[in-house]
Design a protein around this ligand. Structure first.
Ligand code: ADP
Ligand code: MG
Length: 594
């Protein structure tokens, strides 16, 4: 039984299926469609996202309802407006040859009167989000007392979102003898409870292993210092030039912040979270579908509605609080027969969470290294080469060729290729040539020494300044003071540490001449403020001026000054520092919009 015809679907539906280009029914469709067509039964179907569940309940429902009647016979509840619209759209496509079919979507954030009038015209099928549905029932704008089929789609997500009460309420307005079909990707306790409470001896169908991630998805994790999270994200994006991804953050704030940073750094990114208006969310989703957005930064709740098939990567910028949520996240990729990658950026303290997730998805993570700068340059170069190679020649260019040929008359093919690619390559090369290794080894001690050693080295310079707490400075006020003096941005001055009578701070090394020049013979409130590059221990002791007796305590120079706890606190400020990087000499090469 390998065709839709074998499943017992009628000609009108087969015709539509043919139009849609579906050739073989998916597993869940093979298992559910014949059952639902032949029996009036309750059903629980567990299958991963992207396995074709909409058609699994959609085809049987469309075949079973009476399109000549204007009575509402089928109700489909789904967690979000986005899904609601998607299901409605799919149902209309499946039923395009059913004359008189009216599938109406009911969801919040749009005119309730418009929706009510559509229902009134005789909607045989209503696709609804629970909140709005309940609202319309209480206002008597819908009548579901005669429905024969009720689908709870993405039941786990609906319950996750707190719709239990609403669903119970809605179901209390439906007839006892209807058939209830529950579809879910996972089977948490709440779903089992609903099944028990509202269903009678349901047929159970499981496709794949329960709770298991799709086989199409590979899982990778990257271990970095917390402060390097953002830089790591950028590298992962740069190492995958054709990335089309959802980046998951834990909070709305982080979501917004990361999206803004990515945009600032030249990526095609956008945020999707609950603080956006429905209109804004729609616009974002539209751009994402059209692939104008390559990196959609989203919260878990907002992402529930994302049902886009060709997402190449899911990036867990932060792991979810509830480990179960990981399955939902990674299920956004590897859909409709395609392969996908779910990447997790973690710091050391989260390593054990990976083990817990592995137990849930029953798959192992691959520990991978954040690509280094030169690897990224190579990927970008080859990506460009392939793009050029596959570009169709636009003959509009013919008219200009004489002039161009003239310019390159004496250039050999070899030289021309080198020049051509250098244009693009140089941007990445300049950015990445001195980029640090972001990877952290699994071993605690080596991590600490790496962090210590890297502090103040590389692209940033550490300075000593002869003012401190006694002069009324805190680290924030000193930072503000320096920023003002030097006319620098919020994140251009970092690692500010204020001692009693002196302090330290860092800037990008490229800013060093400016800093030193400014503080040559600089007086503040009548006294000289002296800034020097903080060097190794030996040299510190010979430093001139300032309060001699404190100087010996300056045990720190470029590196291991902070104690571990302090350092950890600082690493939480990763985003600030990352931003600073992008604003300074290390500006990421701007991406050309596609
Ligand atoms: P789920 O609800 O399980 O997450 P969907 O019903 O949204 O999955 O289907 C995922 C995608 O697969 C949709 O784009 C749908 O049109 C497509 N699809 C569904 N069934 C088939 C099939 N038999 N052959 C090819 N594509 C299909
Ligand atoms: Mg679905």
């Amino acid at each position: 039984m390998n065709t839709f015809q074998d499943l017992g679907l009628n000609q009108d539906l087969l015709q539509a299926i043919n139009d849609l280009g579906f050739v073989t029914p998916s597993d869940v469709q093979q298992k559910t469609i014949p059952t639902l067509l032949q029996q009036e039964t309750d059903l629980v179907a567990l299958a991963q996202t992207g396995t074709g569940k909409t058609a699994a309940f959609g085809f049987p429902m469309l075949q079973k309802i009476d399109v000549d009647s204007r009575t509402t016979q089928g109700l489909i509840l789904s967690p979000t407006r986005e899904l609601c619209l998607q299901i409605t759209n799919e149902m209309q496509l499946y039923g395009k040859y059913l004359k008189g079919l009216n599938v109406t979507a009911i969801y919040g954030g749009a005119s309730i009167t418009d929706q009510a009038s559509k229902v009134k015209k005789g909607a045989q099928i209503i696709v609804a989000t629970p909140g709005r549905m309940k609202d319309m029932i209480s206002r008597r704008l819908v009548d579901i007392t005669k429905i024969e089929y009720c689908v709870l789609d993405e039941a786990d997500e609906m319950l996750n979102m707190g719709f239990y009460e609403d669903i119970t309420d809605i179901l209390s307005h439906t007839p006892e003898d209807k058939s209830t079909w529950l579809f879910s990707a996972t089977m948490p306790q709440e779903v089992a409870t609903i099944a028990k409470k509202f269903m009678h001896q349901p047929v159970e169908i499981t496709v794949g292993t329960k709770n298991q991630g799709s086989d199409q998805v590979s899982h990778e994790y990257y271990l970095v210092n917390a402060r390097d999270r953002y830089s790591a994200l950028k590298r992962l994006a740069d190492a995958n030039p054709d990335i089309f991804s959802v980046v998951f953050c834990r909070t709305k704030r982080d979501t917004q912040k990361i999206a803004e940073q990515l945009i600032e750094d030249g990526y095609n990114a956008a945020a999707l979270h609950g603080d956006l208006s429905q209109n804004q969310r729609d616009l974002v989703m539209k751009s994402f579908r059209n692939k104008q957005i390559q990196m959609l930064v989203a919260t878990d709740v907002a992402a529930r509605g994302i049902d886009v098939d060709d997402i190449t990567h899911v990036i867990n910028y932060q792991l979810p609080d509830e480990i179960e949520t990981y399955t939902h996240r990674s299920g956004r990729t590897g859909r409709a027969g395609k392969t996908g990658v779910s990447m997790v950026i973690i710091s050391k303290s989260e390593q054990r969470k990976i083990k817990s997730i592995e137990r849930i998805i029953k798959k192992e993570f691959i520990k991978k290294d954040i690509p280094n700068g030169m690897e990224i340059c190579e990927v970008q170069l080859m990506s460009l080469a392939n793009k050029v190679h596959n570009t169709e020649i636009n003959h509009e260019i013919d008219g200009y060729l004489d002039n161009i040929n003239e310019l390159f008359e004496d250039t050999s093919k070899e030289e021309l290729i080198k020049k051509f690619f250098s244009v693009e390559f140089t941007r990445f090369f300049n950015y990445y040539q001195k980029a640090a290794d972001l990877n952290v080894s699994g071993d605690d001690r080596s991590d600490r020494s790496e962090r210590g050693a890297s502090q103040g080295s590389g692209n940033s310079t550490r300075y000593f300044i002869n003012v401190g707490k006694r002069d009324g400075f805190s680290w924030t006020s000193l930072k503000d003071f320096l920023r003002e003096c030097l006319q620098m941005g919020r994140d251009d001055i970092f690692k500010v540490d204020v001692m009693d009578s002196f302090s330290f701070f860092n800037t990008e090394t490229s800013d060093m001449p400016k800093v030193l020049e400014f503080f040559t013979d600089f007086k503040h409130e009548g006294r000289f403020v002296n800034v020097e590059v903080s060097e190794d221990k030996g040299k510190q002791h010979s430093r001139g001026r300032s309060k001699g007796k404190d100087r010996g305590k300056r045990k720190e120079s470029t590196g291991n000054f902070f104690d571990a706890s302090k350092r950890d606190k600082r690493s939480d400020k990763s985003s600030k520092k990352d931003k600073r990087k992008s604003k300074s000499g290390l500006e990421r090469p701007r991406r050309s919009r596609r």
